[in-house]
Structure formats: structure tokens, C-alpha cells
Write a protein that binds this ligand. Structure first.
Ligand code: CA
Length: 150
């Protein structure tokens, strides 16, 4: 009888721990901070998606003139000082969003290339549909997006 209680307790604890790992925190409102790296964050859009697994593509939608960007997802660096190439040679990464509900993507411009502004295009694809954002950045603010996982 004592063994049975121990086994049941162990099973229950295992179940509780595995369910904690599986279910991510759900943010009910935007978690975009007011600023990042001494620049204000401008919210450029909100995108609702069904999967936490997303594919991000980056390229220069203007002249290919050496524009450099970094991408942060929920504050974590996922693309580090990428020199943007043209639309036929996009930089593509996949990442898993940490939260249900509100996540965010932030684009930081390191320069404006030889022709101002920094003209980065970002496409966000959840495997069902893709949404494209064309950003024109100077070095005075960051472009951000709320990504809401339903
Ligand atoms: Ca440029």
C-alpha cells in the first residue's frame, strides 16, 4: 500500500512537471518594451498566427547598398548584423516563439548603407500564410511587430 502511494505520487509529480514544460506562458497584451539600445521602439504591425514555429526571411527591398540589420525575437538575438542581399537571395531562418498570445520581433538597423534609409523587408511565415513588411529605417528608432499566437 505504501509503495502504491509512492508510485502514484511520483507519477503525479512527473505529469505535473511535463505539463509545465509543454504549456508556454500566455501573454494577453503586448510585451514590446518602450525602447531598445537607446532607441524608441515603433510598433509597425500586429500579426495573428496559429503556430509558434515561424520562418523569417530578410532582404533589401531597395537598392542593394550594404544595409545591415539585426533581428531580436522576444529580446533574444536571432540574426546578428546581417548585410541584406536582394530578393532573389533572402536570408531565411526558422525560430520557435516562446509564448502563446503576444510575442514580438524587433529590427535594429546598424547603418543605412551607401543610400539612406535602411530598406529592410521582413517576411513572417507560420506555414499557412506569409505576411511581408517593408521597413524604411533611419538610426533613430527600431521597427517592432506584435506576433500573436492563437
Ligand atoms: Ca540603404
Amino acid at each position: 500500500m505504501r509503495n502504491l502511494v509512492l508510485i502514484l505520487t511520483a507519477t503525479l509529480l512527473t505529469l505535473m512537471m511535463s505539463s509545465c514544460e509543454k504549456e508556454p506562458v500566455r501573454n494577453e497584451t503586448s510585451i514590446i518594451p518602450a525602447e531598445f539600445a537607446d532607441r524608441p521602439n515603433e510598433v509597425l504591425g500586429e500579426l495573428e498566427i496559429d503556430s509558434r514555429e515561424v520562418t523569417l526571411s530578410l532582404w533589401d527591398h531597395g537598392q542593394i547598398d550594404g544595409d545591415i540589420v539585426s533581428i531580436y525575437v522576444n529580446g533574444e538575438l536571432v540574426v546578428d548584423e546581417l548585410t541584406l542581399r536582394g530578393p532573389s537571395d533572402k536570408h531565411v531562418i526558422t525560430t520557435e516563439l516562446k509564448y502563446n498570445g503576444y510575442n514580438y520581433i524587433l529590427m535594429y538597423a546598424h547603418n543605412t548603407g551607401s543610400i539612406s534609409p535602411n530598406t529592410a523587408a521582413l517576411s513572417i511565415d507560420d506555414g499557412v500564410s506569409a505576411k511581408r513588411f517593408d521597413v524604411e529605417s533611419t538610426l533613430s528608432k527600431n521597427g517592432t511587430w506584435d506576433i500573436v499566437v492563437n
